[in-house]
Design a protein around this ligand. Structure first.
Ligand code: ATP
Ligand code: MG
Length: 371
């Protein structure tokens, strides 16, 4: 990286070599995958789920496993799921493993391929393709790969809750992968704890009964401190007193930490030490940058959830107090339900038995907005 390129990236999954910590989590997930176990990983939005899983996939690949990261965000049809799985293999498989899978797909002769135009072109040419049959076959690829070459697979389904939009898809996935105990391990990631619970703990139809639950905590303060300071120093700056303020505001939220560090770095000229003025400038830039998203997020919530969120951000004693009722206009009897909905989606976290908004910038935005 050139000396004066900003070393803090805050959009999209992060390159595994740029990660703060998560060593314990990556090690645990890798050990589970190698031991033939599947996991479900729950973490709030932008908490680094995809970043962590990419790191685990890289480790699994280095250990000789076939890997794929299937992104199911906003998927709407069975055909869409097939395309996402096909593209996932196409993105990650390399070398002889890739050639082997390419040959297998070609002998199946059902319109799948890693290199060519792939299944979306097949669907365009023949809209009456039996998509369900193709999906079932493709889902079973890890078993065939294991039978033929002894290769085990680690397959990640990211944003797994979005398959609920495709009727019957969870059942089809389950019907195939439940027989893969020897051939593959699966990791399922999602950001809404309640939906994940529904997908995996429903006794009538769990997606995968034996998937080990794992949740993603905030990043540890000491590791953030070392990482930020090291990158400031490497680029001729000092994070100074601003670092403590950054840590305090970000509360270990991975994406907000990186975003604030990015704007702090940008506010500090080369050769300078970051102080209160730089920090205030960085914080305001970050808030301005995020304000469209924050406004849309908050306004998209039902009115009582908006009230509870505002109370969490602005009323010292929280949403159950008389002060909150007077200020944000929520009845005590409605707080519990609204708080539960916010917690179900991990928009609110319970830390040391107190509730707080997950996104520290949303909290700051509401404090400004509410006053
Ligand atoms: N371990 C980490 N160290 C430093 N920053 C991180 C880490 N994990 C995530 N981030 C920050 O958060 C951003 C989002 O990460 P990522 O896309 O992996 O999160 P996610 O939980 O998958 O998000 P989404 O809910 O949008 O899918 C990254 O661009 C990076 O700035
Ligand atoms: Mg993600």
């Amino acid at each position: 990286m050139p000396l004066d390129a900003n070393p803090f990236h805050f959009s999209g999954p992060l390159d595994p070599t740029e990660m703060i910590d998560r060593e314990l989590e990556a090690g645990e997930l890798m050990a589970l995958a190698q031991g033939g176990h599947s996991v479900r990983l729950v973490g709030p939005r932008r908490y680094g789920k995809t970043t962590l899983l990419q790191k685990v996939l890289d480790d699994a690949e280095a250990a000789g496993m076939a890997t794929a990261l299937v992104d199911l965000e906003d998927v709407l049809s069975l055909g869409g799921i097939v395309v996402r799985i096909e593209r996932a293999y196409a993105r990650r498989l390399q070398g002889s493993l890739r050639s082997r899978v390419e040959r297998m797909l070609s002998t199946w002769n059902i319109g799948l391929s890693l290199g060519g135009p792939g299944f979306s072109a097949t669907l365009q040419r023949n809209p009456h393709t039996n998509v369900e049959a193709v999906l079932l076959r493709l889902l079973d690829l890890p078993r065939e790969l294991h039978e033929r070459a002894g290769t085990r697979s680690l397959i990640v389904f990211d944003e797994i809750q979005d398959i609920l939009a495709v009727s019957g898809a969870d059942g089809q996935i389950r019907s195939v992968i439940q027989h893969h105990l020897d051939a593959a391990s699966y990791a399922f990631a999602g950001s809404a704890p309640a939906t994940m619970e529904r997908l995996f703990a429903d006794p009538r139809r769990p997606l995968l009964e034996q998937a080990v639950p794992k949740s993603l905590p905030p990043l540890p303060a000491q590791e953030i401190r070392d990482y930020v300071q090291e990158r400031f120093e490497r680029t001729g700056r000092d994070a100074g007193d601003a670092l403590a303020a950054l840590l305090q505001l970000a509360r270990g939220h991975p994406q907000r930490t990186m975003m604030l560090a990015h704007f702090l770095w940008a506010a500090v000229p080369r050769g300078d030490v970051a102080d209160e003025t730089h920090w205030v400038q960085a914080r305001e830039t970050a808030l301005e940058h995020a304000s469209g998203y924050l406004a849309a997020t908050w306004r998209g919530w039902p009115v009582n959830e908006r009230r509870v969120a505002l109370a969490l951000a602005t009323t010292p004693g929280g949403p159950y107090t008389a002060q909150a009722q007077a200020e944000v206009g929520i009845k005590k009897s409605s707080v519990r339900y609204a708080l539960q909905s916010l917690t179900d989606r991990a928009d609110v976290l319970e830390i040391d038995s107190a509730h707080a908004l997950t996104d520290p910038l949303l909290e700051l935005w509401l404090q400004r907005h509410g006053s």
